[in-house]
Ligand binder design. Structure first.
Ligand code: MLC
Ligand code: AMP
Length: 503
């Protein structure tokens, strides 16, 4: 049998044709039969466009049911789906498109004029799809579709997701059909999905969390998804009353806690709250338990490996811990040479399993560097295992900031800053922030007499996605350095640790 993930998912569509698959407060309902028919139209359309198995289908469009149909269609036709954060400006997109060489790019209608020159230059066909279902793609779709699923091997690519790196250069993580199928089935089982579960889906769908973890669990279960276009704490708080499962990043949980009416009544039908993508503070975990009566299940994952560990569904869910390796996943805490450390010691987390990606797109040497000879992938996260086997992520070996569940690599921001008028050099790091968890912060040495934070931000804005922009830029006469000449970011971090306390 083909290992195409679409076959696995489509089985549940066919078994539950009349069940509502997606319910959008603005746009109404789609049943599983309709989801399958729409996917078939999109799939036939991709084939009409000349998309062949292994071709990349890039999408930078606002969250909508149609993006899900397009994703499923891409799987069905054996193409490789390439989702792109809607916040990337053309200056950033250019790199992804040149590197991945997709056959087509689907973007929001209001971005067409901005992206047309770029796509024409690289030879990519451009189509549009709006969050309300508008866009030229809709006009081109055939009235129905019926071409068969293209068979795939388990090791064939289903998706490429770009992840930034410590060097500032983004890398495309190559994710296979088997990576996605095994992870989805494990999560579905270990998180105890049952018939009738309703998933409140308010995550973006250009990352692992919203696109794979949340969506695949719901589709495998033939669950109804309450389809929220963009996280909004008031709407989510209201819609919780109709749901049984919610998945979010810690910022979603802290924002829910700011809603006065959030509490046990709204959560009466809830079975499970899951958090991940960034560390959940113990105080959020506790406050949430007190207000809702629910114990958040924290799990840990990454683009390169989907979900890796999870607190138990049945059993103690510990604050500050990410639980145990998922079934089939091996995890070890190691020193820099890859030697396993004893429990209680802090080291780098290394992992192996069917969820671990195939490598970085067009970067075989980088791929080799990140794997041990025995096949373990070096995550770059610092972890510690307690005597009961619970793992905690206690820091990051990689220089990474996670802001509201989105990754920002300081080197990338520093590179951009250092090229701007008025900036001699810069140091970028994360500081604790009550809403985003961490806030991107820049300290710069200016080579101009007057320093203007807003002028620097104005120059930076067209060059990078808004979530990467420093929340504050502060001047300094000289960056503190150690005897090796390395900037002492720890000192700067300590000095400014309370910068966002009153936000
Ligand atoms: C938006 N802004 C952010 C931001 N999101 N700033 C810092 N960090 C973020 N994450 C900025 C915008 O640029 C804008 O700035 C202002 O905030 C308002 O924009 P918005 O779009 O209205 O923001 P908001 O709706 O409040 O979004 C915040 C958020 C969202 C936390 C709800 O970012 C979100 O849903 N994050 C989830 C990300 C996610 O799914 N991560 C999973 C990755 S997968 P200005 O200046 O223009 O006003 C992964 C693997 C795993 O990590 O383990 O899951
Ligand atoms: P990404 O590359 O965007 O997939 O982000 C993956 C990174 O998010 C991981 O390498 C971790 O650093 C971080 N992460 C994900 N889940 C958790 C968690 N529960 N606790 C702490 N860090 C997490």
């Amino acid at each position: 049998m083909s290992a195409n993930l679409y076959e696995l998912l489509a089985k549940s569509f066919r078994d539950h044709p009349g069940t509502v698959a997606m319910q959008s407060p603005e746009r109404g309902n789609w049943t599983y039969a309709e989801l399958e028919q729409q996917t078939a139209r999109f799939a036939d359309c991709l084939i009409d466009f000349g998309v062949k198995p292994g071709d990349r289908v890039a999408v930078q469009a606002e969250k909508s049911p149609e993006v899900v149909f397009l994703y499923l269609a891409s799987l069905k036709t054996g193409a490789i789906f390439l989702p792109l954060n809607t916040a990337y400006p053309p200056a950033e997109l250019e790199f992804f498109l040149a590197d991945a060489e997709p056959r087509i790019l689907v973007c929001d209608p209001n971005k067409r004029s901005m992206l047309e020159p770029l796509c024409t230059g690289i030879g990519i066909s451009l189509f549009t799809l709006g969050a309300d279902g508008s866009g030229d793609l809709n006009g081109i779709l055939p009235p129905s579709g019926g071409l068969p699923v293209i068979p795939r091997e388990g090791n064939d690519l289903a998706a490429i997701l770009y992840t930034s790196g410590t060097t500032g250069r983004s890398k495309g993580a190559m994710i296979t059909h088997d990576n996605l199928s095994t992870n989805a089935q494990t999560l579905h089982r270990q998180w105890g999905f049952v018939p009738g579960d309703v998933l409140l889906h308010s995550l973006p769908i250009y990352h692992v969390h919203g696109l794979f973890v949340a969506l695949h669990c719901a589709l495998l279960n033939a669950s109804k998804m309450i389809w929220i276009q963009k996280f909004d704490s008031k709407l989510v708080n209201r819609k919780l009353q109709e749901a049984t499962v919610f998945m979010g990043v810690p910022t979603h949980y802290t924002r829910l806690l700011t809603e006065d009416s959030f509490g046990t009544a709204n959560c009466a039908h809830m079975r499970l709250f899951i958090s991940g993508s960034a560390p959940l503070l113990s105080e959020t975990f506790e406050q949430f338990r007190q207000r809702s009566g629910h114990t958040i299940l924290e799990r840990y994952g990454m683009t390169e490996a989907g979900m890796i560990t999870s607190n138990p569904y049945s059993g103690d869910r510990l604050a500050g811990s990410v639980g145990f390796p998922l079934d089939g996943v091996s995890a070890r805490v190691c020193d820099e040479e890859g030697r396993e450390l004893e429990d209680g010691k802090i080291g780098t987390l290394e992992i192996k399993g069917p969820n671990v990606f195939k490598g970085y797109w067009k970067l075989p040497e980088k791929t080799l560097e990140e794997f041990r000879e025995d096949g373990f992938f070096i995550t770059g996260d610092l972890a510690c295992r307690d005597l009961q086997g619970y793992l905690s992520i206690v820091g990051r070996g990689k220089d990474l900031i996670i802001s509201g569940g989105l990754n920002v690599y300081p080197k990338e921001v520093e590179d951009r800053l250092n090229h701007l008028d008025g900036v001699q050099e810069s140091a970028v790091f994360g500081l604790p922030h009550p809403d985003f968890g961490e806030a991107v912060t820049a300290i710069i040495v200016s080579n101009q007499k007057t320093f203007s934070e807003s002028e620097i931000l104005d120059q930076l804005r067209p060059l990078m996605a808004a979530f990467k922009l420093p929340k504050r830029i502060l001047p300094i006469s000289e960056l503190p350095r150690n005897s090796m000449g390395k900037v002492q970011k720890n000192l700067l971090r300590k000095q400014h640790s309370a910068l966002y306390d009153n936000q």
